[in-house]
Design a protein around this ligand. Structure first.
Ligand code: NAD
Ligand code: MG
Length: 393
């Protein structure tokens, strides 16, 4: 039997590198078909030397004969530009696509994988948040498989019955409980957040992640996006999803049933576990993650989320209620605001404030096509930039 062939979109990022670590443990089970980076040539080249894919993609770089030659010498065909991402996601030879690009930039390649009936391991939550119904419909229509890699959603998936897509009510499910570490500033007062530097915001207490998601975790925008992601993945209403602070990130999420049972998935906070789960599902394989030692951990803590301290969660509930392009606008405003914060242009505690202003300023429409989503994304970016510019005057 031939080994399943994998494309990793965003192989040089945190999730991409963890995926390659898991794949490296199973040379008998998987082969890499294609890898992609935005512009990190050196890391992509090193990965190609080890995993010898057919293709490597540099999404942000225009065709370059010297680079071409360098990759050719190690037996890899180098492709350039954004369209190449769709090509390696949709290629006939590919069985599994790891969607690990950060932000809405991952949308088109993820959709391309869905339209070609691939097994999609979804880390790129933003693509589902912004395109919601479009991506879910494409998965259904083309018999693709969507497996969540986000640790919370992977935990929920593991805690739900197999046919949960028929509806949570039918399976006696009362609620999905999405756990949140609360990030590095859980107990800081709002005014203390003014002088937070990008370095401080990117230092998560439990997880080692890319910069954007680290800032999102600190503002709790990550949990806000995950709430929307959960509604789409599990066909849940916003009122069926609750956020619970759990600072140790050991319980990755839970499902409560009508009979009072609560089923949870626990593990060390290491993304190789959900990656290995989604890769091998329904089998189980080694991930390289150490086994959880609860006696050593001793205590697990929980607290309710304070929506005044973390307005992102309140906004996410409102965005789900509004529907349509609201979530694309929510996401775009966040991507621009986080970019500005990382550039030192706005203080940390302005991020969610700016997002709320963008939401109040814009008119939402239906999500009937990719063009409608991209137009809302584009418009929201312009509005966010204007609001940021005014706030600096
Ligand atoms: P990262 O910044 O470490 O890596 C992002 C990858 O995408 C890199 O390979 C980069 O080259 C590529 N990329 C960036 N911008 C691009 C663009 N415009 N076009 C094409 N490629 C581009 O990010 P990450 O932390 O690995 O996160 C990836 C995704 O997984 C995000 O959606 C994040 O929310 C999600 N996620 C990450 C974690 C984690 O632990 N890191 C956990 C859960 C979910
Ligand atoms: Mg998560």
């Amino acid at each position: 039997m031939t080994k399943p062939s994998i494309t990793i979109l965003g192989s040089t990022g945190s999730i991409g590198r963890s995926t390659l670590q898991v794949v490296a443990l199973h040379p008998d089970k998987y082969q890499i078909f294609a890898l992609s980076a935005f512009n990190n040539v050196e890391l992509l080249f090193e990965q190609c030397k080890v995993f010898t894919p057919h293709y490597a993609v540099l999404a942000a770089i225009t065709p370059n004969p010297e680079l071409d030659q360098r990759f050719k010498e190690i037996g890899v065909e180098l492709l350039f530009g954004l369209d190449a991402l769709e090509y390696i996601a949709a290629h006939d030879t590919v069985d599994i696509v790891m969607a690990a690009i950060v932000g809405v930039a991952g949308l088109q390649s993820t959709l391309a994988a869905a339209r070609c009936g691939k097994r999609i391991l979804l880390a790129n939550k933003e693509s589902l948040v912004v395109s919601g119904k479009l991506l879910i419909d494409a998965v259904k229509q083309h018999h693709a498989t969507l497996l969540p890699v986000d640790s919370e959603h992977n935990a929920i998936f593991q805690s739900l019955p197999i046919n949960h897509q028929q509806g949570l009510d039918q399976h006696g499910i009362r609620k999905i409980i999405l756990t949140a570490s609360g990030g590095p500033f859980l107990h800081k007062q709002f005014h203390e957040l003014t002088h937070i530097t990008p370095e401080q915001a990117c230092k998560h207490p439990n997880w080692n992640m890319g910069k954007k998601i680290s800032v999102d975790s600190a503002t709790m925008m990550n949990k806000a996006l995950e709430l929307i992601e959960a509604c789409w993945l599990f066909n849940a209403s916003a009122s069926q999803v609750e956020v619970l602070i759990h600072p140790q990130s050991i319980i990755h999420s839970m499902v409560t049933y009508k009979d009072g049972s609560v089923i949870a998935q626990l593990g060390c906070p290491d993304m190789r576990t959900p990656i290995a789960h989604a890769l091998a599902y329904p089998e189980r394989i080694e991930s390289g993650v150490e086994i959880l030692d609860l006696a050593k951990i001793g205590t697990l803590q929980f607290e309710a989320v304070n929506m005044e301290r973390f307005p992102a969660i309140r906004l996410a509930y409102e965005v789900v209620q509004t529907g349509g392009t609201a979530s694309a606008i929510f996401n775009a405003a966040n991507e621009v605001a986080v970019g500005s914060f990382l550039e030192g242009e706005i203080p940390f505690n302005h991020i969610t404030e700016i997002i709320e202003r963008v939401l109040n300023h814009m008119t939402m429409g239906p999500v009937e096509s990719l063009a409608a989503v991209l137009a809302a994304d584009h418009q929201a970016r312009l509005v966010t930039q204007q609001i940021i510019k005014k706030s600096k005057v």
